[in-house]
Design a protein around this ligand. Structure first.
Ligand code: HEM
Length: 305
């Protein structure tokens, strides 16, 4: 068992035979240095002496890391839409969907926290709550759930407040998508292209008509149609994440209030009716079967489509 030291590219380098392999490492960049594992792994600091708090902390931290990546990728999607580059933006949306499915599945780990386990340390959490997650809010703002009052809990965190204020006032992913539809010749009203982006989005018939036109002639608008389905998946998975959070919370705290002060599960249920891309959903009700082709027919009069 020996280590051979040498210099490669001006960097002190080492080599050893381990398990029949020639393993190398150097002083230029190590795994720990690149991934900052020391900082990362020293950031789990329980506020209680209860063993189940570690799961609670690591669940939140891993979700925050995935949220960081989703935010990063979602900003690339917005930039892609702005640049009329749906190919690259579509690939990025596929990655986001895969991360979202992983995040949804990860609730299963937290579901092993029983009501008894949680109650051993709940009191130590005081008023700390996911409601105060600034990354989650930034993502909501970026996707289109604009709510100025949600900034209030970040009043004391100058950096987070600044980032959230910027995200609140900027066009959302959906705003950018409507601008793209306008560039493609769809009659999107000026009120929906140049609006006060810090205000909640108001659905409108003209936008619904545009999506309906795209979905009613998919061959003519294939890239927009395929892209719209990826955007729909983004909201679909976001809602599934919300649902699994709500259901896990119900399993752990029943109908108790949240540590953040809300009604708890009932508050989380309300969020299930939020929509980032409302007309992409409402348009589906108005769709009818194509008129042409051997396999299609108008539904018989009086039947439900
Ligand atoms: C046993 C574990 C958990 C419980 C009991 C719980 C409970 C709650 C409750 C009751 C709320 C409503 C606000 C409040 O009054 O506190 C909430 C909000 C929230 N939680 Fe959790 N949560 C848990 C785990 C998580 C995890 C792992 C995350 C991941 C980051 C998370 C993220 C959030 C977010 C982002 C909100 C705000 C939702 C919104 O405003 O729509 N929670 N949570």
């Amino acid at each position: 068992m020996s280590i051979r030291a040498f210099v490669e590219d001006g960097v002190e380098t080492f080599e050893a035979k381990i398990d029949g392999e020639t393993i190398q490492w150097d002083k230029g960049l190590s795994y720990a240095k690149h991934l900052q594992t020391e900082q990362l792994l020293s950031a789990q600091i329980p506020v209680s002496d209860k063993p189940d708090e570690m799961l609670f902390i690591i669940m939140h931290q891993t979700m925050e890391l995935w949220l960081k990546l989703v935010l990063h990728e979602a900003k690339l999607v917005v930039a892609g839409i702005r640049a009329d580059d749906l190919d690259h933006a579509g690939k990025t949306l596929d990655r986001i969907a895969t991360i979202q499915r992983h995040m949804i599945h990860s609730w299963e780990v937290l579901a092993t926290l029983t009501p008894h386990d949680f109650l051993t340390f709940r009191g130590f959490l005081r008023k700390a709550s996911g409601f105060q997650s600034h990354q989650y809010r930034e993502l909501e703002f970026l996707l289109g759930n604009k709510r100025e009052d949600l900034l209030l809990v970040h009043n004391d965190d100058v950096a987070a407040h600044e980032r959230l204020t910027a995200a609140l006032g900027a066009p959302s992913l959906y705003d950018e998508l409507l601008r793209l539809l306008a560039r493609r010749g769809f009659p999107i009203p000026a009120s929906h292209l140049n609006r006060d982006f810090s205000q909640p989005y108001q659905p409108c018939d003209a936008v619904e008509d545009a999506w309906l036109a795209i979905y009613s002639d998919v061959e003519a608008h294939w890239d927009l149609y395929a892209f719209a389905e990826k955007i729909t998946a983004l909201e679909y998975y976001f809602q599934e994440w919300r649902f699994k959070h709500m259901k896990t919370v119900a399993r752990v705290i029943g109908q108790k209030m949240g540590t953040g002060g809300s009604a708890g599960v009932n508050y989380l249920v309300k969020a299930l009716s939020l929509s980032f891309f409302p007309e992409l959903w409402s348009m589906r009700t108005r769709m009818v079967a194509p008129k042409e082709g051997p396999n299609y027919a108008d539904p018989p009069a009086g039947s439900v489509a």
